[in-house]
Design a protein around this ligand. Sequence first.
Ligand code: ATP
Length: 315
Amino acid sequence: MSTTNPAIIETRELVRDFKKLRAVDRMTFTIEAGEAVGYIGANGAGKSTTIKMLTGILKPTSGLVRTCGLDPMSRRIEVARRVGVVFGQRSQLWWDLPLRDSFEILAAIHRLQPERATARTAALVEQLEMGPQLGTPVRSLSLGQRMRAEIAAALLHSPELLVLDEPTIGLDVLSKQRLREFLVAERRERGTTLLLTTHDMGDIERLCDRVLVVDRGRLAFDGTLTGLAGTVGARRLLVLDLAVPTPALVDVPGTQLVDSESDGLRQRLAFDAETTTAAAVLAHVSGRAEVRDLTIEEPDIEDVVRRLYAASGRA
Ligand SMILES: Nc1ncnc2c1ncn2[C@@H]1O[C@H](COP(=O)(O)OP(=O)(O)OP(=O)(O)O)[C@@H](O)[C@H]1O
């Protein structure tokens, strides 16, 4: 008998059909405890359907799924005790009640010992800076505050696995950053396994050490973000606002000119982070024109996915 801990998630030849549509098609992967995995793919690729099967919301048509070593359909309650789930579009909080009440109700649902519930709530409220909002009805929270509250709610019972469906969708830059920092700390301090779907490359970059790409229900890539970027040549964009009209910057080492607007006042250069850095590009451009402002755009996940699909001949 093996003495090693079971994988946090295991799927084998997992299939889910909706009438004639095969939403998840013979999906096989394993996620070990402590990993942080990004689950990405185009709209309708099958991400939510997979997550619903992992969490016992949806019954597989065939194949195997184990979450924390358990069959999520027949052991739904045990799975719910060991897993926290946040669906960005759906709330697990009580809309009209002060936030504090939602935490109390959830602690009761999970049957947490009162001292443990109090300590864990206090810790999460402090880390997520939610103290001032405890008396506010959930419906009056800003989107960023609500997402932090959703994550606190999902972590109240200290689950081994946190599943996040689009955790940063619609958040401003600062709220995204705070949420990501919290999740990094949670993982570091408690070893919580993370599985998240996202359309935001920044989430993957900052949070995940492994990426699964799903394409029409099938696993199209399983590896590191660097490996994925290497496969498809994911590029960052440097958007430069220049002080005076400037000829197209077609020959900056390590870059490709994407476009040039307004007589060259705004130019966008694509660069591969493996070959050069934004600083090197900036230094080069500064020798030719005064740079007024610059922003760096991260590769768009849809673009990465499209290119991966194209590379595998499925586009
Ligand atoms: N309850 C359902 N009944 C019928 N078809 C469904 C149902 N749920 C999902 N589908 C279909 O299954 C496919 C996969 O959907 P799913 O929601 O898993 O994709 P997704 O990758 O999560 O997409 P998104 O990024 O848009 O959320 C889609 O074609 C979708 O229309």
